[in-house]
Design a protein around this ligand. Structure first.
Ligand SMILES: C[S@@+](CC[C@H](N)C(=O)[O-])C[C@H]1O[C@@H](n2cnc3c(N)ncnc32)[C@H](O)[C@@H]1O
Length: 297
């Protein structure tokens, strides 16, 4: 029987659960990461995860930050690789993984970007390919071309493997960011994602956005389709200047838009589920979030 990471001798998940860094030191951030953790655990069967795993299950936790996705999936996987463009996030991930007594051969993170063109050839070896799951939580909205990012993640899973995206649901009246502005904000975010400075600013302008998406909480949506889509569509954001500082909040996606990304990446059996609880991002209000999965044909 394969050994899950959670069952590794001396594994101490509690260390990782309790660890703090500048990324998740604030109360609302702890609530947010706990919600992501709970969402994945609640959806384990939906994701076809079993504990203990019955075969080897390799996870790519892409844009891992300090590793909440990896932590939540420890009982279901036999190995996990975190990857993040920000080296501070990577060292925090590795601090937590080694503090939890997980063997580095089975659980560690590395600095890298699978989304840029061209991709670093060093990331083409077996260590970085043929995953059973490529999961990306709360990060796709920071990528300049999210459709291409989904396709790049699909490249990294084996046939029958799954790409899983956890993201915020777009609010209907969000105003799309201009291409150039989005690139600038993303670049800044990639450099500063290990601290909270990108979120520190004056009060948010009163939001006029409603949450008028047409899906109730907890519903599952299961359909495949392919359609023309624009990367800009439904990709709103909120930002402003406070005390001379740039504010960078989440951009949401519409489910249809995300399904288009999955279909274009050749993923099938695409389905999504909306998280039971809204996520509160301090200064940026309440957000619904969703998880979408697709399987590589
Ligand atoms: C909000 S954090 C999410 C971290 C974690 N996945 C979670 O759910 O808590 C977004 C992360 O995406 C990373 N990131 C942004 N763009 C990236 C890219 N192109 N490639 C890899 N990581 C990226 C940032 O460095 C940051 O750690």
């Amino acid at each position: 029987m394969p050994t899950s990471l959670a069952s590794q001798p001396n594994a101490n998940e509690a260390f990782w659960v309790e660890a703090r860094s500048t990324y998740d030191s604030l109360d609302w951030q702890r609530r947010f990461t706990k919600q992501v953790f709970n969402f994945i655990r609640q959806q384990a069967a939906w994701l076809a995860l079993t504990s203990p795993p019955t075969t080897d299950v390799r996870l790519l936790d892409y844009a891992c930050g300090p590793g909440i996705v990896s932590l939540s999936m420890l009982p279901y996987v036999t190995s996990t690789l975190g990857m993040d463009v920000n080296p501070h996030q990577v060292s925090e991930y590795n601090r937590r993984a080694s503090g939890a007594n997980l063997p580095t051969t089975l659980c560690h993170a590395t600095t890298g970007d699978l989304i840029t063109t061209p991709v670093d050839p060093a990331l083409s070896t077996a260590e970085f390919t043929s995953f059973d799951y490529a999961v990306c939580s709360a990060a796709l909205h920071h990528m300049d071309d999210p459709a291409a990012a989904v396709a790049r993640l699909a490249d990294r899973v084996k046939v029958g493997g799954k790409v899983v995206i956890i993201e915020f649901l777009a609010k209907d009246e969000d105003v799309p960011a201009g291409e150039e502005e989005r690139r600038r904000m993303n670049e800044e975010y990639r450099l500063r994602s290990h601290d909270n400075t990108h979120l520190v600013a004056g009060p948010m302008p009163p939001s006029q956005h409603g949450l008028k998406h047409g899906h109730g909480h907890g519903h599952e949506h299961s359909h495949e389709h392919s359609h023309e889509h624009s990367h800009e569509q439904g990709h709103g954001h909120e930002h402003g200047e406070g005390e001379g500082r740039h504010r960078h909040g989440p951009h949401g996606f519409k489910l249809e838009e995300m399904r288009g990304f999955f279909a274009a990446a050749g993923l099938v059996d695409v389905k999504s589920v909306i998280a039971p609880e809204k996520i509160v991002i301090e200064g940026f209000g309440e957000w619904d979030s969703f998880m979408m999965q697709g399987t590589k044909a």
